[in-house]
Structures are given as structure tokens and as C-alpha cells.
Design a protein. Structure first.
Ligand code: SF4
Ligand code: FES
Length: 249
């Protein structure tokens, strides 16, 4: 395949960025998008240029690092995949592909396609945990029975990899889907009840302080989420928030 790439290049957070055009030929349709970007960087380095900086780690759809906005969609055109799991066969021979960073006020650009997504970590730190007593004997894993349906929903919520695609897809740059997944994974389980009120209040407050917008109700986040996190979690988060606001002193 022969591909024309329009890639966002930006030296740092202070400088103004722009799209630069690159031609890359003989790309295998079976190569991943990141392998194609590696080949582009080899080509740039051979000409003494500065390689395109982009985030990646596991390349298995697990870590949530590979944040690229491809042809106007976070993680590109395929459903339920991260950028590292996207393959070039999703594109046409001769196609022009636009590659940009995830854009949101709370995700400042560090360089080229790399943005700072530590705001999501700070939301998680604000309340996305449970406190357990670790002294004495380890508690049996089955000591607290949990209904199968709730266990499955909690597990589904816990598959959120914190990639930030939901934020990039939202016209309000809202972190609601991410936050709701992190809240739901505990709200559905008995172990999460002790700190439930503080959790939802603290996480929502932190998201506001980080500059994420309110939920736009468009559902774009659910469509672009590589892990299929359901909007049902946002409804649960809103119920948790309302209840905590009305009953907390
Ligand atoms: S909810 Fe989905 S899109 Fe948002 S951070 Fe989690 S995995 Fe990524
Ligand atoms: S590099 Fe880890 S999810 Fe893509």
C-alpha cells in the first residue's frame, strides 16, 4: 500500500504545531498502525530528520498509552480497538491519513502526538481505591458472595484502560465515561460501599478542577471507547453523585 500521511508536528507545549506531509510506500496491509509509524520514523531518521514522537507501551491493547486521533477518530476507524491494534488493511491504497494528538484542555500536548494524560491519574487518586485491612491472615477470596450479574458488570467497568479516547471524542472533552467506569467498578461491589460517597464526590470535583467539561450526552464516548465501556456507567455515576450530594454533610 502507498499512503500519504498528514502528521501533527509540534516541538513542545509552548510552540505552535502544524500538519506535515509524508509519503510512505510499500506498507503491508497486515502491519499495525504503530508499525507503519515506526517505518515512517526509520524513513525520517535516514534523512537526518527528527522522528515523530508518539506514545506506546504494550502494543497489545492493554496499557492505554497509544493515543492517536486518526482521520478524526480517537484510535482510528475500527471499532473496539486501540491504535496499536489497528491494522493498515482498514485503510485504502493511496489514502491520505490524518494523524493528530488527542485534543482536550486537560490533555496538553508535550510533543508531536504525545499529550499529558496525568489528569486521569489524579482523578483516580482522588477516590478510585478501596481501603482494606492487610494485617493478619489473608481473607478468603470467596468470603463475600457477589451476585454474578453485578460481578460481571463490575468486571466490565474495570476493563477501562484509561486511554482517554472518550475525552477526545467528546465535544465537551468530558471524562465522564472514564470516571464512571472507575466509580462503577467499586459501586457495584460490597467492598466499594464504605468509601462510596467520598469517592464519587472527590472524583467529580477533581475532574472539574482538571478542566474536563460536563457530559455532552451525545454518546460519542461509548462509540469510540476501545473497551466498549457502556453509557450505563455514566447513569450509575450520576445516581451515586446525586445520592452522595443529598446525604453527605
Ligand atoms: S472509558 Fe474507554 S475510552 Fe475512556 S479511558 Fe476508559 S477505555 Fe479509554
Ligand atoms: S500501546 Fe498499550 S494499548 Fe496501545
Amino acid at each position: 500500500m502507498n499512503i500519504t500521511l498528514k502528521v501533527w508536528r509540534q516541538k513542545n507545549g509552548q510552540s505552535k504545531g502544524a500538519l506535515e506531509t509524508y509519503q510512505i510506500n510499500d506498507v503491508s496491509p497486515d502491519s499495525s498502525f504503530l508499525e507503519m509509524m515506526d517505518a515512517l520514523n526509520d524513513q525520517i531518521i535516514m534523512k537526518d530528520g527528527s522522528p515523530v514522537v508518539f506514545d506506546h507501551d504494550c502494543r497489545e491493547g492493554i496499557c492505554g498509552s497509544c493515543s492517536m486521533y486518526i482521520n478524526g477518530q480517537p484510535h482510528g476507524p475500527a471499532r473496539l480497538v486501540t491504535t496499536c491494534q489497528l491494522h493498515m488493511r482498514e485503510f485504502k491504497d493511496g489514502e491520505t491519513i490524518y494523524v493528530e494528538p488527542f485534543r482536550a484542555k486537560a490533555f496538553p500536548v508535550i510533543k508531536d502526538l504525545v499529550v499529558d494524560r496525568s489528569a486521569l491519574d489524579r482523578i483516580q487518586h482522588a477516590g478510585g481505591y478501596i481501603s482494606v485491612n492487610t494485617s493478619g491472615n489473608t481473607q478468603d477470596a470467596n468470603a463475600i458472595p457477589i451476585e454474578k450479574e453485578k460481578a460481571d458488570k463490575a468486571f466490565d467497568a474495570a476493563t477501562c484502560i484509561g486511554c482517554g479516547a472518550c475525552v477526545a471524542a467528546c465535544k465537551n472533552a468530558s471524562a465522564s465515561l472514564f470516571m464512571s467506569a472507575k466509580i462503577s467498578q467499586y459501586a457495584l461491589l460490597p467492598q466499594g460501599q464504605v468509601e462510596a460517597k467520598n469517592r464519587v464526590l472527590a472524583m467529580v470535583k477533581q475532574a472539574e478542577e482538571e478542566g474536563f467539561g460536563p457530559c455532552s450526552n451525545t454518546g460519542a464516548c461509548e462509540i469510540e471507547c476501545p473497551k466498549g465501556i457502556s453509557l450505563e456507567n455514566i447513569a450509575r455515576m450520576n445516581r451515586e453523585y446525586l445520592s452522595a450530594s443529598l446525604t453527605s454533610k
